[in-house]
Design a protein around this ligand. Sequence first.
Ligand SMILES: [Fe+2]
Length: 241
Amino acid sequence: MTDLHITSAGEYPHGYDSRQTFVTTLDLIERVQPIDMIVITGDIAHYTLDGSICSWVSLHLSSYRVPVYYTPGNHDLPDLLADTGSYNEGLKGGELFYSLQLDDRRYIFLDTSGHSVSDKQLSWLASVLADCSHTHKHPVIFMHHPPCPAGSLFMDRKYPFRGSEAFGEVLQIYNDVIPVFCGHYHIAKTIIWKNAVIHITPSTCFEVDPFSETFSLEFAPSGLRVIDITNDHIQSSVLRV
Ligand SMILES: [Fe+2]
């Protein structure tokens, strides 16, 4: 799930009740039970993240009794998410990035809250991907921003990921395809770029018209992405309310 854009109670970002749309979208999980984990790829808050928003989201997710992993978006504070998620040892110098080994997969969670990946994070990612190649583990990356332009006129111009070229070079340290799951653009889309297959998941709140050069809402239902992973295949699909 991604781009919850939760506000204080009684505030309505772009006219949407983001608390209600989150709860309604979350209910879709009932259709795909059982699940093993929930990943929230950022923009938990619409303005600025605070403890009460984290607690509110966490309370709703806790009913599923599975680990919840967060990657910070540009509206989030990494240290608050580190305290909220199921893995809280990933905070390094104010950035929240970490990886988990499960079976033959290495799950990598990145911090793009500053619209980029820092040099420190990039060299850590390089070492993780080199290790994946040597140990024959398959990486799966979660991050808020798509790491390349993604064909939304407004978002590509106004809020792009910065540092695509350097990031793309690091991805190619791994000698096979890397699935990347992200949000930020408030659309559903899949892009092939370098050796990555990038899946953008729609927001649980509002969608952005990819064909408008100015900020413009697209009236599509909110959604989440269901990801089915085994050691030798990945498939995913978007479910909408
Ligand atoms: Fe967002």
